[in-house]
Design a protein around this ligand. Structure first.
Ligand code: 5GP
Length: 189
């Protein structure tokens, strides 16, 4: 460590307004995992995590789900550095395995307009998945443009841009252990 600058905490950045604590998230994710394990008892679902935002949620969710399951990832074009969806949906990284006849559980960080999820659910059905369900940590329901059924929902949130627990703002804040609203998006430091 050669930097002479005073240590600045990223986790207690004053531009962040905490929304859900790490403890609240862990408690809710445990409940979701138990519910999923109950619903899929005797089945072998394939959990499809949507990169990158869902990676922390997925890693906690699978450890709360006592079930024989598989994990795969997809990446869908997203906001990039912007805070609003462009409305354009594109697969950036596809699955490495076929899904025909499989019970798929999509694991997503947040459902906003619903454009990404309605596209993804349709695409997995088209490929012959037996069932397709959705687990989303956050539901920004006020902004919905496409109807999306969230089978397992962590929390409903108001229309605000949130970061942390895997969610980023221009690749920053994914490592926050909690979820926060950015107070002033124009502040870069
Ligand atoms: P949708 O297609 O539902 O509009 O957008 C879903 C994607 O937009 C999410 O997977 C996420 O990548 C991004 N997104 C939507 N709202 C937020 C937010 O408040 N914070 C962050 N970091 N990403 C968001």
């Amino acid at each position: 460590m050669s930097s002479s600058a005073a240590a600045v905490s990223e986790f207690s950045n004053p531009n962040l307004e905490p929304l859900f604590s790490s403890e609240q998230i862990q408690a809710r994710v445990s409940e979701m995992g138990a519910e999923i394990a109950r619903d899929y008892a005797g089945q072998r679902p394939l959990l499809v995590g949507v990169l990158k935002g869902a990676y922390i949620f997925l890693s906690d969710l699978v450890r709360a789900t006592d079930l024989r399951l598989g994990v795969e990832f997809m990446a869908i074009s997203s906001y990039g550095a912007a805070m609003r969806s462009s409305g354009e949906v594109r697969i950036v990284k596809d699955l490495d395995v076929p899904v025909d006849g499989r019970d798929i559980l999509i694991v997503e960080d947040i459902v906003d307009t619903g454009l990404t999820l309605s596209f993804l659910i349709g695409s997995l059905h088209q490929r012959g998945a037996r069932t397709v369900r959705l687990a989303a940590l956050l539901d920004k329901f006020e902004r919905r443009e496409r109807e999306v059924r969230i089978d397992y929902c962590g929390f409903q949130i108001p229309d605000a841009f949130v970061v942390g627990y895997g969610l980023d703002f221009d690749e920053r804040y994914r490592n926050l252990p909690y979820i926060a609203v950015i107070k002033d998006p124009s502040l870069k430091d």
